[in-house]
Design a protein around this ligand. Structure first.
Ligand SMILES: C[S@@+](CC[C@H](N)C(=O)[O-])C[C@H]1O[C@@H](n2cnc3c(N)ncnc32)[C@H](O)[C@@H]1O
Length: 397
């Protein structure tokens, strides 16, 4: 990172020496920019058909079950490839817990809301590691929510369905989002849904499975009795999907309202640096596939950019534009101002310097230094590439 100032460099050097053990975890958080540590799962599928004719896929592929993702001749689901290449929920959860302890404390955080959740991998990992935990996921992409229910629930334990509620809707109107239908018997175990009179909705429904299913499937987030959330997160630069300042403030207000009256935190991530404001192509190789991050030109008047994620499976099959995003790259001061305006009491910024994207070979292989951890900073000189967590703290109300 050639362009950072001396002071900042020194503090980074200190950071580099530290081991992740202070968080009790070796994983870095999720990021579409670099990649999570290799998982055992990556080495599945050795018998993948390397001799297949070159296939090009645009966008959607059929979502398959986990076990069948690497069958000979088939293209794994784009969601499966995304989770393997972009997400590292253990690392995210370590930081979420650390932030909660530092800025709220006094209790163990149990209730998570994952906004812009996609396949809600983070939520399912949250449930997996403590049976008392609950999670709410919100996204307007129905396919990814349903893929979660079909593919990510095996990790959560027998009662996982009753501790995770997924809602299909816009983060700008969360109360109108609709509960995604789950296996009814499992859902009935854990869900309390009220109607307008405050009585339990399930009592108002005819007691046939199909009628109950219809009732529950039509339930909105405002119908559901949800515990105040201890932590709400919006990861992998999802807030950049919102382009207007008034929308960002409105979204932050909704997040603040959903946090526990006993105090809670909202955490989002953002990336930047000089490399984020130009065309860029990075790639990262995994045992069975290669992941590409492609950044189009950056408009300095609107701060808008387009990002595409592509995957190449083994040597021949290319899944182009598996995911495409049109983002407004918010600056950290803009985010801080909007969080303040929304009513958050204090805001903290945690920075992590990224390897230089311009150094030779990075276009071919971009791998973040796993020893560089985030640290809370008040100043950070511009460099080639950085990532940040911005934490908004809601005090006891
Ligand atoms: C960059 S992906 C992030 C997915 C996941 N959070 C992660 O960490 O990888 C952004 C997600 O936000 C969703 N999204 C974008 N705008 C939204 C909105 N206004 N309301 C709800 N979901 C939205 C998209 O459907 C997509 O799943």
């Amino acid at each position: 990172m050639g362009k950072s100032g001396k002071k900042t460099k020194e503090s980074h050097r200190q950071g580099r020496g530290r081991r992740a053990s202070q968080f009790g975890d070796d994983d870095l958080p999720s990021s579409a920019y670099d990649a999570p540590p290799r998982r055992d799962e990556d080495s599945d599928g050795d018998d993948f058909n390397e001799g297949a004719a070159e296939d090009e896929h645009e966008g959607d592929t059929e979502a398959g079950d986990h076990q069948g993702q690497w069958q000979v001749g088939s293209m794994p689901s784009k969601f499966h490839l995304y989770q393997l290449s972009v997400q590292s929920p253990k690392g995210d959860i370590s930081y979420l817990q650390k932030f909660f302890l530092m800025y709220v404390g006094g209790r163990v955080p149990l209730h998570l809301q994952e906004d812009f959740c996609g396949t809600a991998l983070l939520s399912t990992e949250w449930l997996r590691t403590d049976a008392r935990r609950t999670a709410v996921g919100l996204d307007f992409d129905r396919d990814s929510l349903e893929w979660c229910l079909e593919n990510n629930m095996d990790k959560t334990g027998a009662d996982g369905y009753s501790r995770l509620l997924l809602f299909d809707g816009n983060v700008l109107q969360p109360n109108e989002s609709r509960l995604v239908k789950q296996k009814i018997s499992e859902l009935m175990q854990g869900l309390n849904v009220t109607n307008d009179n405050g009585s339990e909705e399930t009592n108002g429904c005819e007691q046939s499975d199909s009628a109950v299913a219809k009732c529950l499937a039509n339930s909105t987030m405002s119908d559901a009795i949800l515990p105040g959330r201890d932590i709400i997160c919006a990861f992998n630069y999802s807030c950049c999907c919102l382009h207007k300042r008034k929308d960002l403030v409105l979204y932050f207000r909704h997040a603040l309202n959903a946090l526990s009256k006993r105090g809670g935190i909202f955490v989002m991530d953002v990336y930047g640096g000089t490399s984020s404001e130009c065309k860029l192509r990075l790639q990262r190789r995994f045992p069975n596939f290669t992941y590409f991050w492609e950044q189009e030109d950056f408009d300095i008047i609107t701060r808008e950019t387009r990002i595409s994620l592509h995957f190449q499976v083994r040597k021949k099959q290319m899944l182009r534009h598996a995911f495409s995003y049109h983002w407004r790259l918010w600056s950290i001061p803009e985010i801080k101002d909007c969080l303040e305006e929304a009513g958050f009491k204090s805001i903290h910024v945690w920075m992590r310097e990224m390897p230089d994207t311009q150094s030779s070979g990075n276009a071919k292989e971009y791998t973040a230094d796993r020893d560089v951890k985030y640290e809370e900073l008040k100043q950070f000189n511009q460099g080639d590439a950085w990532k940040a967590y911005v934490v908004g703290v809601a005090n006891t109300r």
